[in-house]
Design a protein. Structure first.
Ligand SMILES: [Cu+2]
Length: 93
């Protein structure tokens, strides 16, 4: 009996945390370097909640439309996701 109660409770908790994880959380960052030709942008970013990644400086992919809105030294708020296995800036606030 208790096992079933515990199981259903943990299922609820799991479902709640999964739906939280799928929410889109914008992350603050500063553009360190733009490589428009290569479609790469280096961002000094705060923790990426959705990707469970701590704050760091790293390279993201970005398409031309997003690249056009970025400039070195700018502070941004962005969404990132894995696209074909590569971390990509998918949206800007
Ligand atoms: Cu990172």
């Amino acid at each position: 009996m208790n096992i079933f109660k515990t199981l259903s409770l943990s299922t609820l908790v799991l479902a709640a945390s999964l739906s939280f994880a799928s929410a889109e959380t914008f992350t603050k960052g500063t553009i360190k370097k733009l490589d428009t030709k290569a479609g790469k942008v280096t961002i000094i970013h705060e923790a990426l909640i959705d990707l469970d990644m701590p704050a760091m400086t790293m390279v993201f992919r970005a398409d031309e439309e997003i690249m056009a809105k970025l400039a070195e030294g700018n502070d941004v708020e962005f969404l990132a996701d894995r696209v074909n296995g590569k971390l990509t800036v998918t949206a800007l606030k």
